[in-house]
Ligand binder design. Sequence first.
Ligand code: COA
Length: 464
Amino acid sequence: MKHKLEGFFKPKSIAVVGASNDSRKIGHAALKNIIISDYQCKVYPINPKEKYILGLKCYKKIGDVPGSIDLVLISVPAPIVPQILRECVEKKVKYVIIISSGFGEVGNHALENELKEIIKHSNIRVLGPNVMGYKNASDGLDASFVFGNPRKGNVALISQSGALGIGMIYLANKEFMGVSKIIGVGNKIDIDDDDLIDYFAEDPETKVIGLYIESVKDGRSFMNSIKKCDKPVLVVKAGRSKAGARATASHTGSMAGSDKIYSAAIKQAGGIRCRDIVELFDMARALAGQPPAKGNRIGIITNGGGLGILLTDACEANGLTVPKLSKTTYRKIDKILPDLVKPNNPVDLVADAGFVRYEAATKILLEDPNIDGIIVASVHGGYARPREYTAAILKMVREQKLHEAYQKPILATWVGGREFEDLVWDLKSAGVPIYPSSWRTARSMMALYLEGQRLEKEKKEIKR
Ligand code: COA
């Protein structure tokens, strides 16, 4: 039986073939990343010319390493890779990451097929070729050659593009989005998206799974893995347009396939298709930080009528509704508003709304059984009090976590400049999803609604 992936992400011993003393080389960077990781394991550089690399004893070949090796990273030119892979099979290495490019993605299918042939009758598991490797932030291991140190969190990211994967690490850090693992899958001769979804579905450190894909090798297994997975799966599928599909073929040597079929299949399997990486991150932050919405009825709280209308339109365009307030909620809201203003949904707290009005309105909507999700908005107009707005949200998110009855999502959105942005960081760093656009907020709320529906469907299927 082929090895499962637990030992792949938590190896006890790692070798780097093509490790080098030349700091410009990828094999040097890969070895260094492993050494500087906050992770305990044996590390073996492999290079026929060197005695020591980065202070570690160097071996001429895999077969010379005493004892077993769990994981091998290969960073030598493509024509040498088959020979190294054979040595790995002989040595009974469990897992291999082939960083090297020069295979199917450049039309060299014969060489790629040779790799498949070598591993066909062994238990070895292979990631790549043409990959960056992975960063396991949960356990502190960096088994990649690229820079960037992701903040530890609960979103697992899988990318078919190495460069985009690296960009995702920096973007995640900037957005205060914590990552459990991030991995590049490249040409996928063995370890595929479905293997990783299956692994992350079981991984206690992962709450949400996000993928960037250009193609899948086995559509049925991919969809089955999403369907089986008891966690939200977000998918960015590139190559929507004809020109995009052409670009896909020259990037990873794969076929983009029919876009409509992908969309329908992802939806049917219970995944959520995202338009781009920023949307994937928006939705991931919402799903990782907030409970799912049990229905699509959204309450909007704002200090500016215009922003309230924009949010209403964005919600309605994305399968959500913004219902009229119930009599009870109307009466409660009426008590907190200034005399001349009448309650509505969006609830307009008026330009000078401070902590007390925001806090009270959010609490009232949390208590309203006719509301499934809440968006709290602020426009940085002349009378606005951004500090009080963010403080009220932080307080209500704290309260939300304490009360069973408050288990409905709270998302935030704002329109403003620098002064406001500093306060927005307070929310982001506390894991509260806040977005600088009505559309992005509504799309993220939609993801929470879809997740609520998926869970409901799952519950019904279990009962049957
Ligand atoms: N076993 C171990 N080491 C060997 C070897 C063998 N059989 N044969 C050669 N080496 C050594 C080389 O001597 C060299 O070490 P040195 O610096 O001490 O001389 C080292 O392995 C690397 O080989 P080199 O020929 O210098 O290759 P390179 O480092 O310039 O390039 C790759 C190798 C894999 C990085 C390159 O071919 C490549 O594919 N680059 C693209 C990678 C990429 O972008 N991947 C996708 C990311 S998303």
